[in-house]
Design a protein around this ligand. Structure first.
Ligand code: SF4
Ligand code: FES
Length: 364
């Protein structure tokens, strides 16, 4: 186990306030088995968790879900987080966000809004979100967010079905005066794993997306910052998932489990602590799940002897679990993994499956 003195404090915490959501996006990263409303943490427990997070060193609090505005106590939660000095970011589809609630959130000290985009027109957005009329409600709420003066990030998850709209999505971010945009090619965890065949981009689409982002970054310097998560199934090196396991951030589920990443529950050997039983500090520094893949001791070859191991920490543990069946294996995205060829062949086969239906996410 890594000695606690060698473990950095986390910078960010993702609080998944609820898995309830009016949308049914097939790319959702929430688990297939979701905690129900009755088991959600109450207001006082969440605020206590925020206070513990601030003492632990967390600076940014991402309020997420599901759809966080489904929590009736959202304004109280934001106020509690701000009282602890946390920078608060609301990650929302904006469906269900009223102008009155936005005003209350502003008064409570909300710092930032991150708005998800399912498509650039009603036809695509309502199809992907599984909610008729959702796009128009989102655009209305986006206008209120801009009017209220919140710093805005637009978050576009792109995939085979909507990648052709990427240029328009970037133009929408500029028109909305968003300061940042996150373009994320769908990552296959949680519910999205059920939709790999329907959503896997083709290799050509993945390359075209990288070209479009590179061109837009150059053209929009000083106007819009674009963060980009490329299509890793089509890549040769893996991403540094979560900035490194147990180094940067932590997730708390609606029922209080503390996870090193949002998909960690797909690793069957791990056991997770709950904020109802232990302090956040204890969980971060000594929790078995957090220490399972910290540092390099757990690595196997080729990662163990690779000179990129401090850059990417061997990639994504959940992806290694999903494809290699071993969470301590090299992420199969990597060219050095014996499964790299299989991964590329899977990507190609999924991307050619034009008959695959979308499996819409169900709310708990
Ligand atoms: Fe990263 Fe491991 Fe591949 Fe090296 S072998 S590049 S450390 S995933
Ligand atoms: Fe869990 Fe990458 S999603 S480590």
């Amino acid at each position: 186990m890594t000695h606690p003195s060698a473990i950095p404090a986390p910078i960010a915490m993702l609080a998944e306030l609820t898995y309830r959501c009016p949308l049914s996006c097939p790319y959702c990263s929430n688990p297939v088995e979701m905690a129900k409303k009755e088991s959600e943490l109450d207001t006082a427990t969440w605020v206590d968790v925020f206070a513990q997070a601030a003492r632990l060193g967390v600076l940014q609090l991402h309020l997420s879900g599901g759809e966080p505005t489904s929590r009736r106590d959202l304004v109280d939660l934001v106020a509690g987080a701000r009282d602890e000095g946390l920078y608060t970011n609301l990650i929302t589809s904006a469906i269900g966000l009223t102008q009155r609630r936005l005003t209350q959130l502003e008064a409570a000290g909300l710092d930032h809004v991150q708005l998800s985009l399912q498509g650039t027109d009603a036809e695509m957005a309502d199809h992907i979100g599984g909610y008729k009329g959702g796009f128009d409600r989102k655009m209305q709420a986006a206008a209120w967010v801009v009017e209220a003066g919140f710093p805005l990030t637009l978050n576009a998850v792109v995939h085979r079905q909507n990648l052709h709209q990427l240029p328009q999505a970037i133009e929408m971010a500029v028109a909305m005066k968003a300061r940042r945009m996150e373009v994320a090619i769908v990552q296959f965890h949680g519910w999205a794993m059920l939709n790999r065949d329907a959503m896997m981009p083709t290799r050509e689409q993945a390359a075209e997306a990288s070209r479009i982002v590179a061109e837009a970054r150059e053209r929009l310097k000083g106007v819009l910052v674009i963060d980009y998560v490329p299509a890793d199934y089509h890549s040769d090196y893996p991403k540094r998932c979560m900035g490194g396991w147990g180094t940067t951030g932590l997730n708390v589920t609606p029922d209080g489990l503390v996870l090193p990443c949002h998909a960690a529950q797909t690793i069957p050997s791990l056991r997770f602590d709950n904020v109802r039983d232990k302090t956040l500090s204890d969980i971060w520094y000594t929790g078995a799940a957090f220490n399972a893949y910290r540092g390099e001791d757990w690595m196997q070859d080729p990662c163990k002897s690779c000179d990129r191991r401090k850059l990417d920490f061997g990639g994504c543990r959940c992806q290694a679990m999903a494809i290699a069946g071993d969470a301590s294996a090299t992420d199969p995205v990597c060219v050095k993994s014996p499964l790299h060829g299989k991964m590329q062949a899977m990507a190609q086969a999924f991307s050619e499956d034009d008959a695959a239906p979308l499996v819409y996410r169900k709310s708990p």
